[in-house]
Ligand binder design. Structure first.
Ligand SMILES: [Zn+2]
Length: 100
């Protein structure tokens, strides 16, 4: 459960990677961008929240606005929604850009 280990979100290496992913994604929400909207991103989502060893992988991260991040996780269970699973499939097909 990498995404739920709250202490990791305070570590400098996470904050650095988070900033790098926001830069990669032009500081815009990538879900809104699919619909042609330029919404500022204020969070970075783990596409596969449970992927072992991918907490710091940019290939497992996308920039989102808060509203879209809420649409990725089911409120009651925190499981990925259908929208979240669409990003998981994109990741599995190698569609997420690296940062280097
Ligand atoms: Zn959005």
């Amino acid at each position: 459960m990498v995404a739920r280990d709250a202490g990791r979100y305070k570590e400098a290496r996470w904050l650095r990677m988070r900033d790098a992913v926001l830069r990669r994604d032009g500081f815009l929400c990538q879900e809104c961008r699919r619909r042609g909207a330029g919404t500022p991103a204020d969070t970075v989502h783990h596409i596969d929240p449970d992927a072992a060893g991918e907490f710091l992988s940019p290939l497992n991260m996308i920039a989102l606005c808060a509203a879209c991040h809420n649409k990725m996780h089911a409120r009651a269970t925190d499981a990925l929604t259908e929208t979240g699973k669409r990003w998981l499939r994109r990741k599995q097909f190698g569609k997420i850009k690296n940062i280097f």
